[in-house]
Design a protein around this ligand. Sequence first.
Ligand SMILES: [Zn+2]
Length: 287
Amino acid sequence: MGGRGSLYLNFYNPNHNSMPNLDIANIISTQDQDKDTLKEYNGKTEKLRNKKIFIKESTDLIPENIFKPNINKIDHLTRKYLDSTQILKNQNKQMSIRSIKLNNLTTACYISNNHNLNNLQIILNDKIKHTKKSSLETNVQKIIDRGYWVKTDKKELVNQAITHEFGHHIQRVLMELDKTTSSGRERYNNYLEDVKKAKTKSQIKNLGNKFFEDYATEYFKAIQRIERKEFNHITTHDELSGYSTESNSEAFAELFAKANCTKDKDTLSKSMDLFLSKKMKVAARSN
Ligand SMILES: [Zn+2]
């Protein structure tokens, strides 16, 4: 696995083919043949399917000592953050976890569109099929030691990438919840108006990324405000991780990974916990 890490990709139209670095057209066209997985992973596959998270057949060749903890982690995070809301119960809303050939520098990515929660994907680089758990952990630790990824407990090194991607998913779910408020609905409609006026695919892509990034910026600032108020401290992006300095979407996902992959939590991780539990309580009330 390379050092660049795991990224978020936003798409407006599943047919567009102008995504950077990754062959999005290939990812989209592969998905029809990629059936749900045959492996049950202690019944977790079926449980997650009931929660609209589909584990795909393409992950079947990932070594079990890597993917089993990943699935347990996703199950845990789903119970922790999403069970209180009805948002993923709707028939058309779903997320898939699959494994596909990505470029060498990408460990994993999260793909989302801004219109609905259908067709969301966490994609793992299929190089992982030929990776030993111990060398994966050594690599992740090296990138952490360089300061590029967030600190992680030893036993969670194997889960760091998928937890980061799930952090993007949580942000996407929060944005969808915001659409149920009048201000959020207006904001979404304004975005759609801008998309209609856009003339090129790259303009549409930029609008989508901006829509996502603007939410990430607000969420991250809100978490920093909690940290200042509750703990009288501010953690900067570069103190969090090098990757966090690239965008607030990545900072949000990095912080999510840190908050969920460390037992001894720092003040920013505790602030994210406070931020998310408040957001999810509001969501549960409005079900
Ligand atoms: Zn990311």
